[in-house]
Design a binder for this molecule. Structure first.
Ligand code: ZN
Ligand code: ZN
Length: 164
């Protein structure tokens, strides 16, 4: 595993929420994107959640954090769209929730996720070969893939250890 270990640590985001938002600010500057206060706030809340967070929980947490009405659902959904489109967060379709991306400096990408059914942590499986194989298999059938949703449900290592 070596270097990959810190990236697949499910607690990674909680400890690094501030650094994560800074990394995204940096990426936005480099790519000429604008990280508005609302976008930054949504990003910060997602990073702080430490586990996948649903849109209505985000809306809940936005309330009281701002006084200019940026907690209005359309504003929050637009912020989520921006963060998704630029690869700063991922949407987990099977549980309809959002997580911060471990490598915000790279563009939007498909990655498999391992989702724990007990503690609800989501681990980004950084293995480009899996995505590449699926892509190749699809193209071999003449299919032009545009997006992949690969979500594996089960128990994370910590929950497996606890249940022993
Ligand atoms: Zn990612
Ligand atoms: Zn777990």
């Amino acid at each position: 595993m070596g270097k990959k270990h810190t990236c697949t640590d499910p607690r990674h985001h909680v400890h690094d929420a501030k650094a994560f938002v800074r990394a995204v600010e940096h990426a936005c500057r480099e790519r000429g994107l604008r990280l508005t206060p609302t976008r930054a706030l949504v990003l910060d809340l997602i990073a702080r959640a430490g586990a996948p967070i649903k849109a209505y929980d985000l809306l809940d947490r936005m309330r009281g954090k701002d006084d200019e009405g940026s907690a209005a659902p359309p504003t929050v959904y637009r912020a989520l769209d921006f963060l998704l489109a630029n690869g700063f967060i991922h949407k987990l379709e099977s549980i309809n929730a959002f997580v911060a991306c471990h490598h915000p400096s790279s563009d939007q990408h498909s990655v498999p996720f391992l989702i724990c059914n007990r503690c609800h942590t989501a681990i980004e499986l950084e293995d480009a070969s899996i995505v590449g194989k699926l892509d190749d298999a699809a193209r071999a059938l003449g299919f032009a893939p545009q997006a992949q949703t690969l979500e594996v449900h089960g128990l994370c290592a910590r929950c497996v250890a606890k249940s022993r």
